[in-house]
Design a protein around this ligand. Sequence first.
Ligand SMILES: NC(=O)c1ccc[n+]([C@@H]2O[C@H](COP(=O)([O-])OP(=O)(O)OC[C@H]3O[C@@H](n4cnc5c(N)ncnc54)[C@H](O)[C@@H]3O)[C@@H](O)[C@H]2O)c1
Length: 252
Amino acid sequence: MSKRLSGKVALVTGGGMGIGRAICEAYAREGAAVGVLDLKEEPAEEVAQAIRNAGGRALAVAGNAAKRADVFSAAETLKAEFGPVTLLVNNAMFNRYGPLEEQDEKTIGLMIDVGFKGVIWGYQAVLPQMREAGGGAIVNIASPSAVLAMKDGIMYSAVKAAVAAATRSGAAEFGPDNIRVNAIAPGPTQTDGALRVVTEEGWERRRERVPIRRLGKPSDMADAAVFLASEEASFITGDMLFVDGGITYAFS
Ligand SMILES: NC(=O)c1ccc[n+]([C@@H]2O[C@H](COP(=O)([O-])OP(=O)(O)OC[C@H]3O[C@@H](n4cnc5c(N)ncnc54)[C@H](O)[C@@H]3O)[C@@H](O)[C@H]2O)c1
């Protein structure tokens, strides 16, 4: 089978670990050149090196998704190395759950800056390059909480709802330039980050609520992200794909 993302150049934020890493590796396997943007230099370099070792093309770009200048500079670096960016995955997030009254200004600010403004900086950084290339595809990593209520997750769910809105409106605004924008809402997924904060008991509770009775894997999200970036999804834009084992809409 021919590779589904040959000739594409992808920028993935938060690509050093978890879902972002799985997407970087899947995009590279499907033929895309990948820019791994991460706050942490070492994991980003490790992902890029693993891709290169497997015969793919990748570059680590250390940077903060919350900083407009960093995201613009990453897009420019990628263009110089591989050509115009045609795929963007806005995946980076800073998250703290907890009662709202206990969340300080800094924490709330960081959640908005990384999780929401990061998406906007990503859009602004790659749009001119995508137009130059004749089109592109953007995948935002949202969450089921974008459409559901979440105790101790007011900020998280509000940021993800904003991401979902920016997905729909982005699709409307950029569609005429052949740029599609979609989102993925991952169900509970055992990533490096999530494993650090969720207890074994917590995973078990989540597993029991998932209709297909298993937890998500980063590769589940990567498969969906490949599909949404590929030609197979060429008539899909403004949508949010729930990759969640059915948990979001399971009433009982
Ligand atoms: N894991 C889940 O169960 C789950 C469920 C729903 C949604 N999500 C969403 O999926 C995305 C990825 O989550 P994950 O569980 O893979 O996370 P993770 O913690 O495993 O990995 C996140 C990566 O992003 C990087 N990062 C953090 N802040 C950054 C910044 N400001 N700039 C650049 N890089 C930054 C980290 O260094 C890390 O490499 C997030 O948007 C998260 O909200 C995850």
